[in-house]
Design a protein. Structure first.
Lengths: 229, 157
């Protein structure tokens, strides 16, 4: 019985040793594959809000930055974060206000194929996709309902409505290395809000990161300056 | 360098297009919320609207007429009082007078859009009437919003 137990323990130790050696080999292998694929991190800052803040006369504002991993100059996993808001008056005096953070995650694919036996260019022309979400709150004030026949009027303020909106984006754009490790470029986005509205419920006029809600689709553009580490 | 120039032109074009596409916030929707009544004969309550030669209607305790000797009427539209849960209407059909009382629940915050604001939506609880010209009243659609839909049927003998 003791012999069997001894044999069993020795077998286990041997097996775990083999497994350990295999696991280390796999880890080292995947590390080296990742190191070979990883070509750096690019940090972009969007400068469009500076211009759009001026165009919209402070009606809307936003700040946005993104981090993009460069894998083989082919795939660019992306995380974008921002803070945006709006203060808007309708022609009938209804006031809307909101502000909040937002984030998008997704990936870009470089559409420029390198020539045979050549390194891929540092400039990229890409297409990609994102999932965006924003938890935020918004208010409508000075809502007036009047009834001429009965002579009634009701004034309401609906404040601090909390919600989270999620949307999907298809993106395309380019980045050009204008100086060593300094990139400039643009991204155009087509956004589609996910989920359905319930008739009569207060819906936000503006969603941070998405823009004006409208019928649930929106276009966006970024013009970025970035640095690659 | 050429790339940069192309980029800048493209960027300006896109910005102009996107800014040009932004909407001005003007309400383009009808915000009228009225109880819509179809008038039918008792024998054909589903398909044939009944035409009345002369209609006079005013709200109870309101001297202003909603209909004043109106001719060839097949439907009536009544505004409900959003500050109360009951509105009463004095209706004179071809010189025969009835009173229609509508009981309802108000939702003063039925949102349309930033441009249009809110409306008061009503949910009909009950409709009763006197029975001189009117035989009976049927509720077809309880929710009254800014959509042109028939809410109740008045059946005439």
């Amino acid at each position: 019985m003791q012999n069997i137990l001894k044999y069993y323990i020795i077998s286990l130790l041997c097996l775990s040793g083999v497994y350990n050696v295999n696991a280390q080999a796999v880890k080292q292998n995947s590390d080296s594959v990742f190191k070979a694929a990883f070509r750096g991190l690019r940090v972009d800052i969007d400068v469009v809000p500076i211009a759009s803040g001026f165009i919209y006369k402070g009606e809307r504002f936003g700040y946005e930055a993104g981090v993009y991993a460069d894998l083989k100059r082919k795939y660019f996993p992306a995380i974008e974060v921002g803070f945006a808001g709006a203060d808007k008056n309708s022609s009938e005096g209804v006031q809307f206000s909101t502000s909040g953070i937002y984030s998008r995650v997704g990936v870009d694919f470089n559409l420029i194929k390198p020539k045979k036996d050549q390194l891929p260019s540092t400039n990229i022309f890409f297409a990609g996709a994102r999932i965006g979400f924003s938890p935020f709150s918004y208010s409508y004030t000075n809502l007036m309902v009047q009834n001429d026949y009965w002579g009634s009027s009701i004034l309401q303020n609906i404040e601090g409505i909390n919600t989270t909106k999620v949307w999907f984006e298809v993106v395309a754009g380019m980045r050009v290395e204008v100086l060593k490790n300094i990139y400039m470029g643009w991204t155009v986005r087509n956004k589609k809000l996910l989920g359905t509205d319930i008739p009569g419920e207060f819906q936000p006029w503006f969603i941070p990161g998405f823009g004006v809600k409208g019928e649930g689709t929106a276009w966006g553009v970024n013009y970025t300056i970035g640095y690659k580490f | 360098m050429v790339n940069c120039k192309f980029q800048n032109i493209f960027f300006v074009l896109i910005t102009v297009i996107l800014v040009g596409c932004t909407s001005t916030e003007e309400c383009r929707e009808d915000r009228t919320v009225k109880l819509k009544i179809g008038i039918y004969t008792k024998s054909t309550p589903t398909d044939k609207a009944f035409t009345i030669d002369s209609v006079w209607v005013n709200g109870l305790e309101n001297d202003s007429f909603l209909y004043q000797n109106s001719k060839t009427i097949t439907t009536l539209k009544f505004p409900l009082n959003a500050t109360r849960n009951q509105s009463d209407f004095i209706c004179r059909f071809n010189n025969i007078t009835d009173t229609v009382s509508v009981f309802y629940t108000n939702n003063n915050a039925y949102f349309i859009s930033l441009a249009c604001g809110t409306i008061t939506a009503h949910t009909i609880d009950e409709v009763i009437s006197t029975n001189h010209f009117i035989d009976s009243v049927r509720i077809v659609q309880r929710l009254i919003i800014n959509v042109d839909a028939e809410h109740i049927k008045i059946l005439h003998n």
